[in-house]
Design a protein around this ligand. Structure first.
Ligand code: GLU
Length: 449
């Protein structure tokens, strides 16, 4: 609590009291408020107008039943969510997560982070997030389709290209976006491309959207390296996860001359000193949707799978947590530090626990937070919306060049803002303050709504 400016303490206390038990949401709010002390000193109007208190309360929260029938004919009931957090900068924008751990607190933490992330991109998108406690693991294609159709049958009434525009997140990729887009089109009788992003290339999607979060993460780290007059050439990296973010982070690191020696899934991790074979990883995870142990079995040689300990015990200079929230704790941070890690950048949303971040700061490790590092995914969603609005489609090279430029701007903005507010070199302070100011100024301009 003493990390918080005195004018912000009661706002945080109120968040904890009114959102009982939603620990991830409390954590996400605390991290932002802890950065805002110098802003409040310089601009008391943000406190006087209650813009910070308003930011902590979602504009609208939707919770709904999702009934569907599995392949055995049994009725299944899941719970669906959409938290429309803030629309000062544009329509609510943010992904949908299908995972058994999804609950209101998780969706609120993700939605809250999304406000600042989307603001940092400089694009006209507000913040929101949604999902369901549906577990796609082991489900047939038909079951996933029926689930998506039932989910959209309720959610469609809240969406629209100028209202709320979901996309993917954990458990939701272009297959699920396709089933949801199909159901939206059927119910509304509108081929409204801009209502969802992450669509397939042949039906309104954007080049590079699939790769964007992973590529953008590595572009951001490349800017950190450039800033230190260094490059990826010859660097050893560990990337946790093996989903959409991890796979394309690994691809870009290899393109830039680094070597990723380990990655993981929820069952354990693989170590491959020769560098992860990406074609094989894609076959196992994207095509076969199998467990990562199959990677080691097929790869052979010295590559191995283990579920003993943590992927963060594998020595590396660059660590990219790209799996899920709070996947890297204080002990794991200390193991990374002992093994000589220099840069930690969050490809996932809030993967490092507060104690891990504290350990990195104390050890002088460069730490960059997810809301800046992984903003390339949603930024490319905004590029998809731009192409949809003008009924255009750009080439891969053009879209990738725009993504790289956006990541460079976010990186520079973080550093400039951190400097301006007396915390040079702090990507956390820079990201939180720069993200906050853009959205807070818009809220002030729009009056009390
Ligand atoms: N789920 C992604 C994120 O965490 C992407 C959201 C989007 O493209 O709308 O930013």
């Amino acid at each position: 609590m003493d990390q918080l400016h005195e004018k912000l303490r009661d706002i945080y206390e109120e968040v904890v009291r009114r959102n009982n038990g939603e620990t991830e949401f409390h954590q996400a709010v605390f991290e932002v408020l802890a950065s805002l002390g110098p802003v409040v000193d310089k601009h008391p109007e943000y406190v006087d107008s209650e813009v910070i208190r308003r930011l902590c309360e979602p504009e609208r929260q939707i919770i709904f039943r999702v009934p569907w029938v599995d392949d055995r004919g049994t009725v299944q009931i899941n719970r669906g969510f959409r938290v429309e957090f803030n629309s000062a900068l544009g329509p609510f924008k943010g992904g949908l997560r299908f995972h058994p751990s999804v609950n209101l607190g998780i969706v609120k933490f993700l939605g809250f982070e999304q406000i600042f992330k989307n603001s940092l991109t400089g694009m006209p998108i507000g913040g929101g997030k949604g999902g369901a406690d549906f577990d796609p693991k082991g489900r047939s294609d038909n079951e996933v389709m029926r689930f998506c159709q039932s989910f959209m049958t309720e959610l469609y009434r809240h969406l629209g290209e100028h209202t709320d525009v979901p996309a993917g997140d954990i458990g939701v990729g272009s297959r699920e976006i396709g089933y949801m887009f199909g159901q939206y089109k059927r119910i509304t009788n509108r081929w409204e491309a801009g209502v969802l992003t992450g669509k397939g290339i042949t039906w309104g999607g954007s080049q590079v959207r699939t790769e964007a979060t992973g590529y953008g993460t590595v572009f951001f780290v490349n800017e950190i390296l450039k800033h230190a007059k260094d490059t990826f050439e010859g660097k050893r990296a560990v990337v946790s996860g093996s989903g959409n973010v991890a796979i394309y982070a690994i691809e870009k690191i290899h393109e830039l001359g680094g070597t990723v020696v380990a990655c993981s899934d929820s069952s354990g991790y693989v170590v491959d000193e020769k560098g992860i074979d990406l074609d094989l990883l894609k076959e196992v995870k994207e095509i076969r949707r199998a467990r990562i142990v199959e990677y080691a079995e097929k790869r052979g040689g010295p590559a191995y799978f283990t579920d003993d300990g943590s992927v963060w015990n594998v020595p590396c200079e660059i660590a990219l947590p790209c799996a899920t929230q709070n996947e890297l704790n204080g002990d794991e941070a200390r193991a990374l530090i002992r093994n000589g890690v220099r840069i930690v950048a969050e490809g996932a949303n809030m993967p490092c626990s507060p104690t891990a971040i504290k350990a990195f700061n104390e050890a002088g490790v460069v730490f960059a937070p997810g809301k800046a590092v992984n903003a390339g995914g949603v930024a490319t969603s905004a590029l998809e919306m731009q192409q949809n609005a003008s009924r255009d489609s750009w080439t891969f090279a053009e879209t990738e060049a725009r993504l790289e430029q956006i990541m460079r701007r976010i990186h520079n903005r973080c550093l400039e803002t951190a400097e301006e507010y007396g915390q040079p070199g702090s990507y956390v302070a820079g990201a939180n303050i720069a993200g906050f100011i853009r959205v807070a100024d818009a809220m002030l301009a729009l009056g009390l709504v």
